[in-house]
Design a protein around this ligand. Sequence first.
Ligand code: PAF
Length: 284
Amino acid sequence: MTSTRAIRTVHTVAALREQVRQWRADGERIALVPTMGALHAGHVALMDAAREKADRVIVSIFVNPTQFAPTEDLSRYPRTLEADLDKAEGAGVALAFVPDVAQMYPEGFCTTISLSGPALGLETDFRPTHFAGVATVVAKLLIQALPDIALFGEKDYQQLQVISRLAHDLDLPVEVVGVPTVREADGVALSSRNVYLSAEERAAAPALYVALTAAARRITFEATTADAVEEAHAAIIAAGFELDYLEARHAATLAPIASTMEGPVRLLVAARIGSTRLIDNVAV
Ligand code: PAF
């Protein structure tokens, strides 16, 4: 069947590499936006930023099984390929790379990237195998596509730091670019997981961002980091969340940090409401 879309879709690493080879021969600058699909305005912001920085934008759409724990429902993750291709095409993306699991993890696959530094704590305390899965698939995507730049949302701030460090440590010839979080009018960070929220949970959801921004303001102007974090903690619990973590970390290394005197501070939170787990973060 011939596609009527302007965006081209390829499913194999060989086809991806051939297209990239042609663009490179024409001297074009290439950006990669790795995604797991279920694209929303946050992803469109990544693609828009990519368009501004490169001649050709590739979006990868792959629900990566290795970053889900057995307790997390991989089969429940939203899969909306046709709508995703519409959005990517609308954002001026030239190529969608949509591999299947066998393409990314062929029979016998047995290599995993091992991490420390920014991968320590926070998400890793609750999802111990998550970043090894993310790092391995992102390293593969970067090596497959060999883009000049790769863009990731600041919404997954720890992921962004892990990937920046990974690219640096493995000498991958790519610039990792973070793009600010896109939010609803009430402050809720856009996430593919927001579709799981009931109306009542969605109504409570802004409490995360409200508590984070209040804490950031208090740290800047009046309170100790510990006091501000404690107050934000209480506000989030009062809004009906169960908290996994709320921490102040160094914005680049993600090492624990006690005050802005020690370096730039980022506040990061993960909290559960009903069966949905939300994460968010703000700069201080
Ligand atoms: O942020 C995501 O959507 C995923 O973790 C990523 C970076 C595409 C790797 O699967």
